[in-house]
Design a protein around this ligand. Structure first.
Ligand SMILES: *Cc1c(COP(=O)(O)O)cnc(C)c1O
Length: 234
């Protein structure tokens, strides 16, 4: 916990140098702190240092932390797999859903979004490397899903999110981010009106920023290694 300040400074300086290489302004990049499996106390400590947007992957776990942090102004992003039977809690308690990939779930989120809250911000998750087990729509399916979202009254399409195939000798995630960026531009040229490209994590934020990311999702390098996941809900 003592390292939070240093971790945040490191992330900010990595963003600054990536932006310098890419000829971009660091103000264009938002930091989403990914707090899955970390306790509310750690979120509170990081919030006190500035970051106001937090990402959570498990509904029950997130609701518990939100209750403990109800006095803290935080923008909550749901970034994990979302089943139909958990949409109500997400529609009622989150500000963003970045893992949208199914029409049925999106219809429920729109229907269940409380009328007194602003529209729920949505990013379409794209399975950019066409991995068999991975969540997200295939790149060629994103346009149809964007059209559905734009017609749902309580949802606001904000952008695309992707988790590329892990780096290896045969794969450079920069190529995935480049394809994601092209898809983002293509959909916007067709009128999607998106302003958010959620791309880049602890290991590869530089490559993502080089290819148009406007939001990096940082867990490990900001909050430290995640505690044992044996109790996580799946
Ligand atoms: C856990 C997670 C992250 C953060 O990953 P780190 O490598 O710890 O930075 C980012 N995005 C999603 C969707 C995640 O589930």
């Amino acid at each position: 916990m003592n390292n939070l300040k240093e971790n945040l400074q490191n992330i900010r300086s990595r963003i600054a140098s990536a932006c310098e290489s890419a000829g971009r302004n660091p103000d264009e990049i938002d930091i989403l702190a990914v707090s899955k499996r970390h306790p509310a106390s750690l979120i509170r400590a990081l919030r006190a240092l500035g970051p106001a947007s937090f990402g959570e992957n498990y509904v029950q776990e997130a609701l518990g932390k939100m209750e403990q942090l109800s006095d803290a102004p935080i923008e909550w992003h749901f970034i994990g797999p979302l089943q139909s039977n958990k949409t109500r809690a997400v529609a009622e308690h989150f500000d963003w859903v970045q893992s949208a990939d199914r029409i049925k779930v999106l219809r429920r989120l729109s229907a269940q979004r409380p009328p007194d809250l602003p529209e729920l911000n949505i990013c379409i998750q794209v399975n950019i490397d066409r991995e068999p087990q991975k969540a997200g729509v295939l790149p060629e399916e994103a346009s149809a899903l964007a059209a559905v979202i734009r017609e749902l009254p309580r949802l606001r399409l904000r952008g695309l999110m992707a988790i590329p195939l892990a780096a290896s000798a045969s794969h450079d995630p920069a190529q995935s981010y480049e394809r994601l960026h092209s898809l983002f531009d293509e959909l916007n040229r067709a009128g999607a009106g998106m302003d958010t490209l959620s791309a880049g994590m602890s290991a590869d934020l530089e490559a993502a920023i080089m290819h148009g990311s406007t939001m990096v999702r940082i867990g490990t390098d900001l909050l430290g290694p995640r505690p044992d996941d044996s109790e996580a809900e799946h």
